[in-house]
Design a protein around this ligand. Structure first.
Ligand code: FAD
Length: 51
């Protein structure tokens, strides 16, 4: 089993998680950010453009 380490791990790839990832990547010196999404794609629930 491979082991991955992140400085920040965001749970959920909806608009909130995606926006947080962008803000941290753009405006902080955090170098490793992970996002975990339980479904196959991003923004498939409330953040879906077709909702
Ligand atoms: C029909 C509808 C219409 C809307 N219209 C508007 C509008 O006109 N204007 C407006 O401002 N807002 C609107 N909203 C509200 C807006 O869509 C939501 O507030 C926003 O999308 C919430 O984003 P979020 O990232 O917080 O949550 P979500 O989009 O729900 O994303 C959360 C993500 O986390 C994942 N997740 C959850 N639990 C886990 C776990 N344990 N492990 C891993 N991943 C997990 C989910 O799979 C999901 O991808 C609407 C919502 C709906 C349903």
């Amino acid at each position: 089993m491979s082991q991955k380490n992140y400085e920040v791990l965001i749970i959920g790839a909806g608009v909130s998680g995606a926006a947080l990832a962008y803000e941290l990547a753009r405006y902080t010196d955090i170098e490793s950010i992970g996002i975990i999404e339980k479904y196959e794609g991003i923004a498939t629930l409330n953040s879906s453009g077709t909702s």
